[in-house]
Ligand binder design. Structure first.
Ligand SMILES: Cc1ncc(COP(=O)(O)O)c(C=O)c1O
Length: 390
């Protein structure tokens, strides 16, 4: 009766069961996976946000496929202030980045077509692609002290059905930015580039690589098509606002063709609420309180981790940006077993690397958004456990 693409395995994994059990027993759990900024004790400019969300103009519905001109202009100003100039006519608003992926897969792919996605990376790609009857085919990110794109694996993943390459910069959870030379190599493939830049304004350290970071994939020269994704969920730490954007760049005739078809797709949904579109300039203007607090917390947490792990059996992988840190544990047990042990014995919740498809063992990922005291208590318990049970 149902489509095969909607059939996912809903059985909870062992870690989810253990978490449920711990919470049902009213055990105190130190959650080091917190990804929702609105439940992470982050300060916000509350008055400015609430004032922006109640505009008079929200009483009128004026549907527009790509969003209200005023909102698209605000996004274009925002992007142009930090990278190459972007015209408002090339901005497409959606309710979320997830919806932007869905629109782009509809635009670029027929059922059974393929998009290349980085690995390890954002676990949702698999679902988002599958729901559009598209295959997400991984290419590898390799780590040798810093992360980089493994181009041999990317070339090996190409097939006649490949329709786009997805990049995430900085990537979740590796924190690695796409470098300018990597972007140039991707552009030379001639495929559309879908560049997820939602964490772009959260560097954890300065760019000190000889190979500079690409500010945005929109800077790629000679690319056929580029779709740069961003949104309020990370930039303004307001996932509940439900507003994201796609900036379209590349070869002008192709850009015109893409926008024409995207208009048909977006017009069928008209999913972005009017109030949030009117609120957008105010929300962007008020974000500095939360943005600064997140920047300070993530960097402080990372610096504390680096110092605390020195000399221990747990090491910290390089992270350049974003909200996550990856820890490598002794391979005396697999990462799932470590994560279960931390949760069941110590009440510490972390994500095992396989959630993000790390291709070897044994990694766990912690959120740098976690309040400092919780992160410190949780990591110290993990270190004690490793010292005892490795
Ligand atoms: C790489 C990446 N892209 C997109 C999102 C979500 O964005 P949105 O809330 O706009 O769908 C996340 C959320 O964690 C993410 O990690």
């Amino acid at each position: 009766m149902f489509s095969s693409r909607s059939g996912v395995d809903l059985a909870p994994n062992a870690l989810a069961v253990a978490l449920e059990t711990a919470l049902a027993r009213s055990r105190r759990v130190l959650d080091l996976t917190v990804a929702n900024p609105t439940s992470a004790a982050i300060p916000y400019d509350r008055e400015a946000i609430l004032a922006a969300l109640a505009p008079q103009a929200a009483l009128v519905y004026a549907p527009s496929a790509f969003g209200l001109a005023s909102a698209r202009e605000a996004v274009a100003r925002e992007l142009s202030a930090h990278g190459p100039a972007v015209e408002p006519s090339r901005i497409v608003l959606t309710a979320s980045t997830s919806e932007a992926y869905a629109f782009l897969f509809k635009l670029l792919c027929d059922p059974g077509d393929e998009v290349l996605v980085p690995r390890p990376s954002y676990p949702l790609f698999e679902h988002l692609a599958r729901l559009e009857a598209v295959r997400a085919v991984p290419y590898r990110l390799a780590y040798d002290g810093v992360w980089h794109v493994d181009f041999p694996s990317l070339r090996a993943a190409l097939s006649p059905r490949t329709r786009a390459v997805v990049t995430v910069s900085p990537n979740n959870p590796t924190g690695s930015y796409l470098k300018a030379t990597e972007l140039a190599t991707l552009a030379a493939l001639g495929l559309p580039i879908v560049s997820d830049e939602v964490f772009g304004r959260y560097p954890l350290r300065d760019d000190r690589s000889g190979d500079r970071r690409a500010v945005t994939a929109l800077e790629a020269e000679g690319a056929s098509l580029v779709f740069a994704l961003g949104g309020l969920s990370k930039l303004a730490a307001l996932p509940q606002a439900k507003l994201a954007w796609t900036a379209v760049g590349g070869e002008p005739t192709r850009v015109a063709g893409a926008l024409g078809r995207l208009e048909v797709i977006a017009d069928a949904f008209l999913s972005v609420g009017t109030a949030v579109q009117h609120a957008l300039p105010g929300l962007l203007a008020s974000r500095s309180v939360a943005e600064r607090a997140i920047g300070e917390r993530t960097r402080a947490n990372l610096a504390w981790l680096a110092a605390e792990l020195t000399g221990s059996a747990v090491s910290l992988l390089d992270a350049e940006g974003g909200w996550y840190a990856t820890l490598r544990l002794p391979r005396t047990r697999d990462e799932e077993a470590w994560a279960l042990l931390f949760l069941e014995q110590d009440g510490v919740h972390v994500h095992p690397g396989h959630f993000f498809d790390f291709d070897d063992e044994a990694y766990v990922v912690v959120s740098l958004l976690t309040p400092e005291a919780t992160l410190r208590e949780g990591v110290r318990k993990m270190l004690d456990r490793v010292a005892r049970d490795a």
